[in-house]
Design a protein. Structure first.
Length: 182
């Protein structure tokens, strides 16, 4: 249960609320006499660090054969907490579309529930390539939005489209696997 991949996922769980707080409190840096961009840099740095742990926990789990049921639940939960902390913070600060974030949150909650069900039923519905592309698109959109760079909104809506597509693909895969099991 306690292994490197699970520790890395737990680190993401800890980083998410800190990053969320920084996104919502940029005055922390301006009241200290620093430019507001330092809050953007700090939130972005935390997001990048957490995102890197996401890559390494999966890699280490596969390479060292440390895949556990706890990890199968903790890893996607940590991913969701990180991306949702970023998206909600961006939405609440006015940097991201509420509708886009709503669509992403609904999909993520639905798929997280479906993934938990599939694990409890012993159904392996691993993340597809579309799911991985969705995650990368979301991370790029978050990065652009955190830094207040141009095209952040466009990248967010591209991430929304990929999020909906990969969710549908996951649902279809689960349905086929469940029918095959029954």
């Amino acid at each position: 249960m306690i292994n490197i991949p699970n520790i890395l996922a737990f680190i993401r769980l800890l980083i998410a609320p800190v990053m969320f707080w920084i996104i919502l409190n940029p005055q922390l840096f301006t009241s200290a006499g620093w430019d507001i961009t330092w809050s953007y840099y700090t939130a972005s740095l935390l997001f990048v660090i957490a995102s890197v742990t996401d890559f390494f926990d999966g890699y280490v789990a596969r390479e060292l054969n440390q895949i556990t049921i706890v990890g199968q639940i903790l890893d996607p939960l940590a991913d969701k907490m990180l991306t949702l902390a970023a998206f909600l913070g961006l939405m609440m600060s006015g940097a991201a579309s509420a509708w886009a974030i709503y669509i992403i949150i609904v999909r993520e909650l639905f798929i997280t529930g479906l993934r938990t069900l599939s694990i409890s039923e012993g159904i392996d519905v691993s993340a597809s390539m579309a799911g991985k592309v969705k995650t990368v698109a979301q991370m790029i959109a978050i990065g652009f939005l955190l830094m207040h760079w141009p095209f952040g909104d466009l990248l967010l809506w591209i991430a929304v489209a990929l999020t909906v597509y990969s969710g549908a693909e996951y649902l279809i895969g689960f349905t086929k696997a469940y029918k095959g099991k029954v």
